[in-house]
Design a protein around this ligand. Sequence first.
Ligand SMILES: NC(=O)c1ccc[n+]([C@@H]2O[C@H](COP(=O)([O-])OP(=O)(O)OC[C@H]3O[C@@H](n4cnc5c(N)ncnc54)[C@H](O)[C@@H]3O)[C@@H](O)[C@H]2O)c1
Ligand SMILES: O=c1ccn([C@@H]2O[C@H](COP(=O)(O)OP(=O)(O)O[C@H]3O[C@H](CO)[C@@H](O)[C@H](O)[C@H]3O)[C@@H](O)[C@H]2O)c(=O)[nH]1
Length: 440
Amino acid sequence: MTKEKISVIGLGFVGLSVAVVNAMKGFHTLGIDIDDVKIKNLQQGKVSFFEPKLEKSLKSVLSSKKIEFSNDFMKILDSDITFLTVGTPPKKSGDVDLSSIKSALSKISKVLESKEKYHLLVVKSTLSPETTNKLIIPKFEKQISLNKMDVVVNPEFLQEGVAINDILDPHIIVIGGYNKKGIKFLIKYYKNFYKKLPEIIQVGVTTAELIKYANNSFLATKISFINSIANICQKLPDVDVDSISYAIGKDNRIGPLFLQAGPGFGGSCLPKDLSGLISFSKKIGNPSPFFEAVENVNASQPKQIFTIMKNMEILSPKKTISILGLSFKKNTDDIRESVSIKIVRKCLNYGLKIKVHDSMAITNFKKIFNDNIEYCESIDSCLENSDCCIILTDSDEYKKLKLHNFSNMNKKNIIDTRRILNHKNFKNTNFYALGLGQFK
Ligand SMILES: NC(=O)c1ccc[n+]([C@@H]2O[C@H](COP(=O)([O-])OP(=O)(O)OC[C@H]3O[C@@H](n4cnc5c(N)ncnc54)[C@H](O)[C@@H]3O)[C@@H](O)[C@H]2O)c1
Ligand SMILES: O=c1ccn([C@@H]2O[C@H](COP(=O)(O)OP(=O)(O)O[C@H]3O[C@H](CO)[C@@H](O)[C@H](O)[C@H]3O)[C@@H](O)[C@H]2O)c(=O)[nH]1
């Protein structure tokens, strides 16, 4: 079977990963972005963010000439399928900012006006329900009525840090369409892509949009739930939230994943899609106290850390705080909606001196905090003379830390928000573990 030619619009985490994996699978792939610097770097095999395996795979598909990058939308004409993967960030109101979507759509529709052969537009960007029906499909009405193109919604469920594996082995493929032709065309492409086709669910366009919101909001709910349990544990001596997660996770009706208590969820998706769902629910006259509670629990979770710091009597100017882990989770340099940003801002408001360490995310953190904090290349230098260490991510290098690694601190106050240290080794110190009750 001849493989379809692919174009991907918007080369961020999702778009670039999708483009590179398509090229790895032997599809002729065109990547388009409006960011000229990004395009130039990609042409030279350079990725502007960290995602495991991505840069190596990019270099390999560049050398096999399976992929090209451009800022010229006219080149889409040569492809059969266009994946739309531009960003859909949140506005302050919680609504989705559709400016990138609108600008990309205008360019795509202009180009496709002159295309004779059938074309499929696949919406991968996460959109609030009804956006495709109300905004995207009307843009292509003429081409659609002439049977020259279709639009389908095909939400992406990849997790940063394992993006390539997730695309190669998804738990499900959701295809939202309004007719059989568009859906069938995408299934035919997926048959070319996968040796063993994953489960495909065919639904309406709006159902597909809502599946994505529901998926991320449910994950957020699990985290806010276990954080609420952790906060109860915090008040009870000898009560262990991880044993509770383990036990309830063994119940198949609950499942073990996303039950790790911590400083709250961050990242570019969970907070955004939850607030998008809250905002959409209000708009349709059905405000949801449930989703608002999930969001409120997450917003107040960092306060737990400050309560512990207050108990440690270190919330006073001239005290030094070391923060280990700046990205929103381990194995990424992405700091979008990272809890570390909220913690550092609040610490600065208290007049505290801040030292930070992260082996990937320092460059991005500097863009926010400039010279207001100290950036450390080693864990050792970050801990030196510090009055309190806050561990915010469960990076492998932090998991390995032993009591002697903290010996250069001024005071051995440690707040292990992910409970990654071996607690037994920290007896008789001021070791605290958020969500575990206070260790002393
Ligand atoms: N990041 C994730 O893990 C993830 C996972 C699943 C779904 N999503 C969803 O996928 C979408 C993309 O997310 P992301 O994290 O990859 O975004 P991103 O911000 O990392 O990348 C967006 C890219 O689009 C480009 N762009 C903006 N306007 C454009 C235009 N008019 N034409 C062409 N390119 C344009 C930007 O330059 C940027 O390179 C979002 O809707 C997001 O919610 C993200
Ligand atoms: O048990 C857990 C699991 C996660 N987190 C936190 O939750 C946040 C989000 O983590 P994760 O879901 O792994 O990150 P993303 O890469 O943003 O992936 C989410 O968002 C993507 C964008 O929509 C979706 O495609 C993915 O399916 C969805 O998991 C991070 O701050 C984690 O530290 C916890 O606190 N406890």
